[in-house]
Design a binder for this molecule. Structure first.
Ligand code: ADP
Ligand code: MG
Length: 256
């Protein structure tokens, strides 16, 4: 039995038939494995903020979060998206519970400077996650968390996924996004070593949302996660192949 953390993000979340397929693959993966889902949903937040006339601002792939953005982010992440994913998993016959970093004192955070209400994870309490896994529920985690004084904060989904994976010493952390993997000069890099990440992140080929993804992968591998794989969530069958397939799909990152 393997412990697998799936970070579900990207454009694959916006298209309902694709969401249904992804949920089906998650359920298949959960047969015989411990599966935890962490999700993003940034694109839906951006679209809704646009409707309100609020512009989204990103710094190195992280969303600048003022009070209004925080409210919308929590509504979408911990409400709409979290419940939708849990519900779709249940539609495939498994049991799922949607929670956020605020529930059960799941996440302790510290504020990231200059980004408004944005936190990074200092530690994860695995108690609630283990309780749910122990009772055969698939935990579905929204990254919105809170400070010790109860102030909600936005946390990047990739950051939450790496923190959860580290806390569970996961065998595998899968980032499902909307690209086939890490692209360099337009080509997917099938295999990457953790030691190559720092240079890539400071170079010109890696921008936007790929920055937190690679930084999260590096931290995860340095802190006991077995392997990190970047996959395209718009090709959901790849999630099912990730454990069994001999050929490499997406970008597989390991320590050595
Ligand atoms: P997610 O919701 O999966 O976190 P993001 O938009 O935050 O999605 O991150 C994925 C995006 O990172 C891709 O859609 C792509 O535009 C961008 N990106 C930047 N540099 C790269 C790269 N070298 N390879 C692949 N994607 C990259
Ligand atoms: Mg992202």
């Amino acid at each position: 039995m393997k412990t697998i953390v799936v970070k579900y993000g990207g454009a694959a979340m916006e298209d309902l038939p694709l969401c249904v397929e992804v949920a089906g693959e998650i359920v298949k993966l959960s047969k015989g494995n411990r599966v935890v889902v962490v999700h993003g949903g940034g694109k839906e937040v951006t679209a809704f903020l646009n409707r309100l006339g609020v512009e989204s601002k990103f710094i190195d792939g992280l969303r600048y979060t003022d009070e209004e953005t925080l409210q919308v982010a929590e509504m979408f992440y911990s409400g709409t998206i979290n419940k939708k994913i849990a519900s779709l998993i249940q539609a495939h016959g498994a049991k799922a519970v949607g929670i956020s970093g605020r529930d059960g004192k799941l996440a302790r955070i510290k504020r990231v400077p200059n980004l408004g209400f944005v936190g990074e994870i200092c530690s994860i309490s695995t108690e609630l996650i283990e309780t749910l896994l122990g009772a055969s529920y698939i935990p579905v985690i929204s990254p919105i968390s809170e400070e010790d004084n109860g102030q909600p904060v936005n946390v990047n989904g990739d950051e939450m996924a790496r923190a959860v994976a580290e806390s569970l010493k996961a065998d595998l952390l899968v980032y499902l996004s909307d690209v086939d993997g890490l692209l360099i000069s337009g080509k997917v890099i099938p295999k990457l070593l953790a030691s190559e990440i720092k240079e890539l992140v400071s170079g010109p080929e890696v921008t936007g949302g790929m920055i937190p993804k690679l930084n999260s992968a590096l931290s995860a591998l340095e802190n006991g996660v077995g392997k990190v794989v970047f996959l395209n969530g718009t090709k959901p069958e790849r999630l099912g192949q990730v454990l069994s397939s001999k050929e490499l799909i997406g970008t597989a990152i390991s320590l050595s």
